[in-house]
Design a binder for this molecule. Structure first.
Ligand SMILES: O=C(CO)[C@H](O)[C@H](O)COP(=O)(O)O
Length: 233
């Protein structure tokens, strides 16, 4: 199981997005995390498939889309056409979560499910083996720059136990408030895919910042309780 650094562009200067993406790519990030918000499921409003398609023109970097929208199925095909790698949907927004996951996979994309802080892990019990990624919201979704909710570390640990027990090598992604104070505990508990927004984008030297975050995370991974379960992969 490898560490993945997925910068979120939520707090970026949108007038200069192409240049930022190129810097993140050459700086060694693994994915770009795109936060799609509809002003309904979450109060904030961001952007849609057209921006993803424009970004696809300037980079071949994997685009990791986090849909914080109601009835997300309406947008699957537009994002697939835009050339994104993965779609992560919120369990709270889907009446038929399993069907939505299958639809994403039928389009040839990786499928992820995100859970708000108060949503129990039990919603994943019967679909966990079908997922490529599970995203634990470690803040209330809507804005960048919030504080990590400490109780989420126990949830991360319990989810990693579920993934190991079900033989899944899905990524366990954490999103919200990840910075140099919180990253080690999150990885130690079970996270391997780290969405980092404001803490990363405020840095002048993105290459160094990505390298430093990766080192912190890899150090925590090697010393973690769960690392051994994936050795030999
Ligand atoms: O999904 C999100 C908010 O809903 C963002 O991806 C998340 O908050 C990342 O930003 P930061 O690292 O600044 O917390």
């Amino acid at each position: 199981m490898s560490i993945k650094i997925a910068p979120s562009i939520l707090t970026a200067d949108f007038s200069n997005l192409g240049a930022l993406i190129n810097k993140l790519e050459s700086g060694g990030a693994d994915d770009i995390h795109l936060d799609i918000m509809d002003g309904k499921f979450v109060p904030n409003l961001t952007f849609g498939p057209l921006i993803a398609a424009s970004l696809r023109e300037v980079t071949s970097f994997p685009l990791d889309v986090h849909l914080m929208v109601e009835a997300p199925e309406r947008y699957f095909s537009a994002f697939a056409k835009a050339g994104v790698k993965s779609l992560t949907i919120h369990s709270e927004t889907c009446q038929h979560l399993y069907r939505s996951v299958q639809l994403i996979k039928e389009m040839g994309l990786k499928a992820g499910v995100a859970l708000n802080p108060a949503t129990p892990l039990s919603v994943l019990e019967y679909i966990i083996q079908d997922l490529d990624l599970v995203l634990i919201m470690t803040v209330n979704p809507g804005w960048g720059g919030q504080e990590f909710i400490p109780a989420m570390n126990r949830k991360i640990r319990e989810l990693r136990e579920m993934l190991i027990d079900s033989g899944s090598s899905a990524d366990l992604q954490v999103d919200g408030g990840i910075n140099s104070r919180t990253i080690k505990a999150a990885v130690d508990c079970g996270a391997n895919s780290l969405v980092i927004g404001s803490a990363l984008l405020k840095e002048q030297d993105l290459t160094k910042a990505i390298k430093d975050y990766r080192s912190l995370a890899e150090e925590a991974l090697v010393g973690s309780w769960w690392h051994r379960a994936y050795q030999g992969e």
